[in-house]
Design a protein around this ligand. Structure first.
Ligand code: NAD
Length: 428
């Protein structure tokens, strides 16, 4: 299994490793290695030209022992049931590691959303809700945005669910637009959360963030706010970001060795995280190949694009200078690359801890919807920082106590909490 690039096999391999360490019983493993429920369905949508196009949709509910399933819906042309299973599984561990009372779920549709008109997108997400209606709900399964989906789509989905339910039900979905039940601070939450964990890691390693450099893969929602946080709240330098260019069908790294300006780059980036490279070049940025980001002589690497990016090949290109990897993306490191990183002593902030800021603020969004009372952005961000910092420190303490890799420590903390909830509910 070590050489696998199948995301779900990766998620299972990571779980199995820690299940062995924890000597979990076989029935507990059987409950946790697989999702509790899976939905695979066809979604017929009327296109603008009058024809019907049929899309493939998925929703996976991995485990809801600690609370309703929670997790985004991804629109991607290469989406598979195994990717959705892996992401749902990681959501279970993510919610448990930050200790919020939610379980793990995830959804997906095989589609490149950039190929759809606004009307087609709206009809597609409304149909998704119609098909899944009975199995979604604030106390059942609460979707959110992910790669390729937006707050506006969440607003439509909330509206469709509310219509079918016959009552305003903002808590059925998170990541909604502000003013429509959304929480302030949600847009920044995942990227800022990555930086809270980086700040704690640098503190532990006794490194001054102001002297630290970072290279980031991706320039979407997570990467943009991770870049802003690294520069503006830690005082460090980001030397590059990378992105997928949909016109060229290739990825590029956009580099400025004395430090990128994320606000400028955001002003020339489309809603899918694709940078206008001609404008970047005009402003003095160097355009390099898509894998250049991983070779940079920096202190911190932040993969914040897609899964499987640090693998048996690419791991060899990581500079000796790198001290910390902060996994903004879900599943960016394959198990065989992980082994090499452990041997090299690189400090790993594993995905489901590192990028848990998004689901933490999603949880706060649901709490605010339930109260029908909304917090200020400062309140949301302060509460997120508190949750992320205490989760990081719980995992670090486990890692030091058990003398294990940070990813294994995060699994130990998360699995123990889920197993306890299953025991208390009499499932096992
Ligand atoms: P996004 O769609 O906003 O951005 C994705 C970025 O990655 C874009 O800039 C895109 O151009 C780039 N990209 C895609 N393929 C690439 C490649 N091969 N090389 C380089 N860049 C590439 O997505 P996002 O919301 O920022 O999510 C990024 C990752 O973080 C995903 O793994 C997602 O599951 C995870 N995540 C997101 C959130 C969230 O709140 N948005 C929360 C937790 C985890």
């Amino acid at each position: 299994m070590a050489g696998t690039t199948n995301t779900f096999e990766m998620a299972q391999a990571q779980f199995d490793r820690v299940a062995d360490m924890l000597q979990l019983d076989s029935e507990v493993r059987e409950m946790l290695r697989w999702p509790l429920r899976e939905f695979s369905f066809r979604i017929p949508v009327r296109m603008d030209n009058g024809t019907i196009r049929v899309f493939q949709g998925f929703r996976v509910q991995h485990n809801d022992a600690r609370g309703p399933n929670k997790g985004g819906i991804r629109f991607h042309p290469a989406e598979t049931i195994d990717t959705v299973r892996a992401l749902a599984t990681w959501m279970t561990w993510k919610c448990a590691v930050v200790d919020i009372p939610l379980g793990g779920g995830k959804g997906g549709v095989i589609i490149d959303p950039a190929t759809l008109s606004i009307g087609e997108k709206e009809r597609l997400v409304r149909k998704y809700v119609q098909i899944m209606f009975k199995n979604l709900g604030p106390r059942q399964d609460v979707p959110a945005p992910d790669v390729g989906t937006t707050p506006q789509m969440m607003g439509w989905m909330m509206d469709e669910y509310s219509k079918l339910a016959g009552q305003f039900t903002p808590g059925v979905i998170t990541g909604k637009p502000v003013g429509n039940g959304g929480s302030l601070g949600r847009t920044e939450a995942t990227g800022f959360g990555v930086i809270y964990t980086v700040r704690e890691a640098l503190k532990h390693l006794q490194l001054d963030p102001k002297t630290c450099t970072a290279a980031i893969q991706g320039f979407g929602n997570v990467a943009q706010y991770a870049a802003i946080g690294f520069i503006e709240s830690l005082g460090g330098t980001v030397v590059c970001v990378s992105y997928w260019d949909r016109d060229d069908r290739a990825s590029y790294t956009v580099t400025k060795n004395d430090g990128i300006d994320p606000h400028f780059l955001m002003s020339i980036t489309d809603q899918y995280g694709s940078i206008n490279k001609a404008k970047a070049q005009e402003a003095g940025y160097v355009i390099e190949s898509g894998d250049a980001w991983i070779t940079k002589d920096v202190d911190v690497l932040i993969p914040a694009a897609l899964e499987g990016q640090i693998n048996a090949d690419s791991v060899q290109k990581i500079s000796q200078k790198v001290k910390v990897i902060a996994e903004g993306a879900n599943g960016p490191t394959t198990p065989d690359a992980d082994k090499i990183l452990t041997e090299r002593g690189i400090f790993m902030i594993p995905d489901f801890l590192c990028n848990a800021g998004g689901v933490t603020v999603s949880y706060f969004e649901g709490v605010q919807n339930d109260m029908n009372f909304y917090w200020t952005k400062e309140e949301v961000i302060a509460r997120e920082d508190e949750k992320m910092t205490s989760a990081f420190n719980a995992v670090l303490a486990m890692s030091l106590k058990e003398k294990v890799y940070m990813r294994d420590a995060a699994y130990m903390v998360a699995i123990a909490r889920v197993v306890k909830a299953m025991e208390l509910r009499g499932w096992i």
